[in-house]
Write a protein that binds this ligand. Structure first.
Ligand SMILES: [Zn+2]
Length: 342
């Protein structure tokens, strides 16, 4: 089969389109013919090399996959060959105490498709049968590949961790990111007031269409100052953050008393400063988030099928152009998801 692989960590030039042997499946696995695979910033971290993700080489990235069941192992009796499916990107054991309690993203052996195991930048991918879910009706393969990782992340951050309530105000950093474009929709659907940020004018109307009540151009305006103006000096109840040091101080300064900040990543480096006096005197909560549960993904899929949430797709590229797709992601000149088609 054809796949986009890398044999050593480094820049986008490490990606190459080559032949790999077809994966062999075991009794509890499913082989999926990939039709679409969405990019995530994780793909960039993995390609560049990150001690948190040790992996044998060559490696195939890609955590968000939709396709057609090609082969199913004997235990995979809920799937049929030829079925249109999407894949849950989180790989859990389903036997430990966390998994049995429904907290599968806390599983001790938790890993991600395309991170510690080969992912969807390929014509075929194998996964444990529990990760195979039916595509909600009417969604295209591209749409079905574009929502899993960001919807599970956004939902876990907004509701499980931040406890966002109807009527509250949320600041969502980076409307044009995958997580941002999904979090805006979910927060709006939940009855919150949504403030978001963008880095270019063309992204402002796109953020408004998704449901943002106010959009801050972070290149022209000071985010925390504008937030104060928009909230009569009060600040926001919740901040959803995934960018890192360059916005951290603005995020903390934007929080109201009792505000909750949830972070799920740092596209640059991870070091920030934090004034503890601000944390205790304003009674702030800061939480880290990593993925979400399969139950949260199933709920998001239902909302996708009902068109109450949509996949925002900026562009698609053929699989062999994965390098150009990753370069577009690095340029930040996109809004929503970038998807490879096979
Ligand atoms: Zn487990």
């Amino acid at each position: 089969m054809k796949a986009v692989i890398f044999r050593a960590h480094g820049g986008p030039d490490k990606l190459s389109y080559e032949d790999l042997p077809m994966p062999d499946i075991g009794p509890n696995e499913v082989l999926v013919r990939v039709k679409a695979c969405a990019l995530n910033h994780l793909d960039i971290w993995i390609r560049e090399g990150n001690p948190a993700y040790p992996m044998p080489m060559p490696h195939v990235s890609g955590s968000d996959v939709a396709g057609i069941v090609e082969q199913a192992g004997a235990q995979a009796d809920h799937v049929t060959v030829g079925q249109r499916v999407f894949l849950s990107p989180g790989i859990s054991c389903w036997t430990c105490e966390q998994c049995l309690a429904g907290r599968d993203n806390f599983c001790r052996s938790y890993s991600l498709l395309g991170a510690m195991m080969h992912g969807g930048y390929a014509e075929y991918v194998k996964v444990p049968f529990r990760n195979v879910l039916p595509i909600p009706e009417n969604l295209s393969f591209e749409q079905a590949a574009a929502f899993p990782l960001v919807s599970v992340t956004a939902s876990h951050m907004l509701f499980a961790l931040a406890g966002l309530q109807p009527g509250e105000t949320v600041l969502i950093m980076g409307a044009g990111s995958g997580v941002g474009s999904m979090a805006i929709q979910m927060a709006k659907l939940a009855g919150a007031r949504v403030i978001t940020t963008v880095g270019s004018d063309d992204k402002i109307p796109k953020a408004v269409i998704l449901g943002a009540d106010a959009v801050i151009h972070h290149g022209r305006e000071k985010v925390a100052e504008r937030v104060k103006l928009l909230t009569e000096g009060r600040g926001v109840d919740v901040v959803i953050e995934h960018i890192g040091p360059e916005v951290w101080d603005s995020c903390v300064a934007s929080l109201a008393k009792g505000g909750r900040l949830v972070t799920c990543g740092a596209t640059t480096v991870g070091d920030v400063t934090l004034n503890l006096r601000a944390v205790f005197s304003r009674q702030l909560t800061i939480k880290g988030s990593y993925m979400g549960t399969r139950a949260e993904l199933v709920k998001a899929a239902e909302l996708m099928g009902q068109k109450r949430l949509i996949s925002v797709i900026d562009r698609t590229f053929p699989l062999q152009d994965a390098r150009a797709a990753q370069e577009l992601m690095l340029s930040r000149k996109f809004f929503g998801k970038i998807v490879l088609t096979v």
